[in-house]
Design a protein around this ligand. Structure first.
Ligand code: C2E
Ligand code: CA
Ligand code: CA
Length: 637
């Protein structure tokens, strides 16, 4: 049928069609760059189609109408140039993070428009011989020149704009390949390699820049954080359009994973993602381990309605082979660009709302002026913390702990305070400790507190005042730090404090979330001689099997287990407290009751057999000097 060998072109076209099918049938992000890549694929197919058609008409020049041959050649030539321009625009969008085109960008299309016009009316010559046939003359040469111009521009752009190494390499190699093919084709027109070069270029881009896997999250099957970042950039570039970013934060995911294994957690997250995809939004992004996010165009009303629908579903169980679970999630809505103009502002806001809503009772939270004010306050607190780390801005206070058996204050809990109470007023550690954890400052603060405690033990020779140990709080972030044991040991050695004088408090939640890394640290520290307390028992998951697994020396019952017992209707609370105390005693673990404020509470706890009492009834947390005075006074009694 063909007098010229077009097998390479046909094979290239088939190959390209496979890429096209894979791309169009897969799930794509609605990004500007994705639209441009779709255009590139279509241009590639059209170009190869015209390529094959023109090979046929020129090699049968005496049999087909000269007009048809001429039109097809002009179309083919224009399609080559269009392909180069689309590639140029595509690379521009990719390199500029999805920013929209501006008028200046279109000035660069002038050579294309001129070449286009010339291709319509300029002169084309045809060479036909047995075994090869091709076109030449002013139009093909102009177009090849123009194409080369855009391809060189593509290479420059790839080198200059903000691309990763791999992407830059793919664009440059692919483009060089095509330029080489265009030059080769102009010099040796009867070997048809240009189609192959087009496919190679598209394949390079597909694999390195448009590979759908790059944007997929393998755990949940939805889009990943990188995809979200690109979409957020795209949305924020359309400054006037209003849109809502809705995040679903599964607050008990760590617990589910620690109880049922990571795979189960992933299964529930993918079920949630599927539900959102099928009922609420086609594009769901796994933006953080426990967070799924989607974006809705338009006003807050629709977002709120969707959030309510989702909230209703979240009230029901999620099923899996290994068991069912309730996902305790908060749904946070951010009205953009009102409350977040840039992608960075959006992340800040998402993180802030996720942290704030973690323990809230309401499920749906909408960004508002109060949240912005709170966020500003938190930024100010973060600044205070930063300064406090460098300028000795922390104090440690001590809350005495009473031993029921010894009838003495034989220990105390060290609690951190900020010296600066002026800038934003008094800030409770309940507020600044979680903030320090989120902002990566907690390890330094923990280190400062630990050193101050050791200093105090040494300076005031606490052991000589009947104190057996000081309890120091460890945050979840410190628990998983592999250098924790080394750091603590160095300070103990520096102040010559026996490790037995230190009891480290870990909250249940931190223990559940920190997993094996914590166990390693605990093992090493226990070997050294430190003891451990489980803090805030009764507020977290109260995962008893975990408690038996890890060896705690003390368990600190939270105030919320104690206080309700002596309230009217406190019978049930008392039954719970009584059985908790019995159970812990049977495990041979000592018990501290926290937050004891009244004599009645003290008597009740003593009767139940609690070993230690801590609370305002005996003393509020005291400054170092006051604590020493407190111990002296007690000795005199
Ligand atoms: P926590 O470890 O549960 O500490 C006990 C908290 O209860 C302290 O609050 C203490 O002042 C308060 N408290 C003690 N007795 C009573 C009472 O009878 N009634 C009432 N209502 N409260 C009482 P504080 O000092 O504000 O600390 C709050 C939380 O901040 C601590 O809770 C702990 O989780 C964290 N924190 C404090 N210092 C540190 C520290 O140095 N490192 C770490 N990682 N966390 C700390
Ligand atoms: Ca504590
Ligand atoms: Ca506590």
């Amino acid at each position: 049928m063909f007098n010229v060998d077009v097998r390479l072109q046909i094979a290239s076209l088939i190959f390209l069609v496979i890429i096209v099918c894979k791309y169009f049938f897969g799930k794509r992000l609605p990004l500007l760059s994705a639209h441009m890549f779709s255009a590139l694929l279509i241009c590639g197919c059209v170009n190869l189609g015209f390529d094959i058609a023109t090979v046929y008409t020129v090699s049968h020049i005496n049999e087909v109408s000269p007009l048809l041959n001429d039109i097809l050649h002009r179309c083919f030539i224009i399609s080559v140039n269009t392909l180069a321009v689309v590639l140029y625009l595509y690379v521009m969008v990719q390199g500029r993070h999805q920013k929209r085109f501006c008028v200046k960008d279109f000035l660069l299309l002038i050579p294309y428009v001129l070449a286009f016009a010339f291709a319509l009316f300029g002169r084309i010559e045809y060479y036909v011989a047995y075994g090869h046939a091709y076109s030449y003359g002013p139009v093909p040469y102009t177009i090849f020149g123009c194409t080369s111009f855009y391809m060189i521009a593509v290479i420059f752009m790839a080198a200059k704009l903000n691309f990763s190494k791999e992407k830059r390499r793919a664009i440059i190699i692919g483009s060089c390949f095509w330029i080489a093919a265009v030059i080769f084709q102009s010099l040796i027109p009867y070997i048809l390699v240009s189609g192959l070069a087009v496919v190679a270029l598209i394949l390079f881009i597909y694999l390195s820049l448009e590979n759908p896997r790059e944007y997929r999250d393998t755990d949940t099957g939805c889009f990943n954080k990188r995809a979200f970042h690109l979409m957020a950039d795209e949305f924020s570039s359309k400054t006037k359009k209003r849109y809502q970013v809705i995040s679903v934060v599964v607050n008990n995911l760590d617990y589910i994973m620690s109880k049922n294994g990571h795979e189960q957690g992933n299964i529930f997250m993918s079920q949630l993602a599927q539900y959102i995809e099928q009922n609420i939004s086609h594009f769901v992004y796994h933006t953080r381990g426990n967070t799924l996010t989607f974006i809705e165009k338009g006003s807050g009303m629709t977002a709120l309605a969707l959030a309510e629908k989702l909230s209703n579903r979240l009230d029901c169980e999620w099923e899996s082979e290994a068991g069912n679970a309730i996902l305790e999630a908060s749904i946070n809505i951010i009205d953009c660009p009102k409350y977040a103009k840039t992608t960075d502002e959006l992340y800040d806001m998402m993180n802030f709302m996720a942290a704030e809503s973690k323990n809230a009772n309401v499920k749906i939270h909408t960004a508002n002026a109060d949240i912005i004010a709170e966020k500003k306050k938190m930024s100010a607190v973060a600044e205070i913390l930063r300064k406090a780390i460098d300028n000795d801005g922390f104090n440690v206070v001590y809350q005495p702990i009473y031993s029921v058996k010894e009838k003495k204050f034989c220990s105390a809990e060290a609690l951190v305070r900020l010296k600066d109470t002026q800038t934003v007023g008094f800030v409770s550690p309940d507020v600044f400790i979680p903030l320090a954890e989120r902002t990566g400052m907690i390890s330094k603060i923990g280190g400062i507190v630990f050193e101050k405690v050791c200093q105090c033990i040494r300076e005031h020779k606490l052991s000589e005042h009947g104190v057996h140990y000081i309890e120091v709080n460890l945050s979840a972030v410190q628990c998983v730090d592999p250098s924790l044991t080394r750091q603590l040991n160095a300070v103990l050695e520096q102040y010559n404090i026996p490790p037995e004088f230190i009891n480290l408090e870990i909250t249940e939640t931190a223990a559940v979330e920190s997993g094996t890394a914590l166990h390693m640290n605990m093992h090493l520290l226990k070997e050294m001689g430190c003891s451990f307390s489980m803090d805030d028992f009764g507020t977290g998951y109260s995962n008893l099997s975990k408690m038996a697994e890890v060896h705690y020396d003390l368990i600190k019952l939270d105030k919320s287990l104690v206080t309700p017992c002596l309230k009217p209707d406190g019978e049930k609370a008392f039954v719970i407290l009584k059985s908790v105390v019995q159970m812990i005693s049977q495990l041979n673990i000592k018990i501290v009751a926290e937050g004891v404020e009244t004599r009645e509470e003290l008597e009740m706890l003593e009767k139940l057999g609690v070993d230690y009492i801590q609370g305002y009834y005996f003393s509020k947390p005291l400054s170092e000097a006051d604590y020493i005075q407190f111990l002296y006074n007690r000795e005199l009694q």
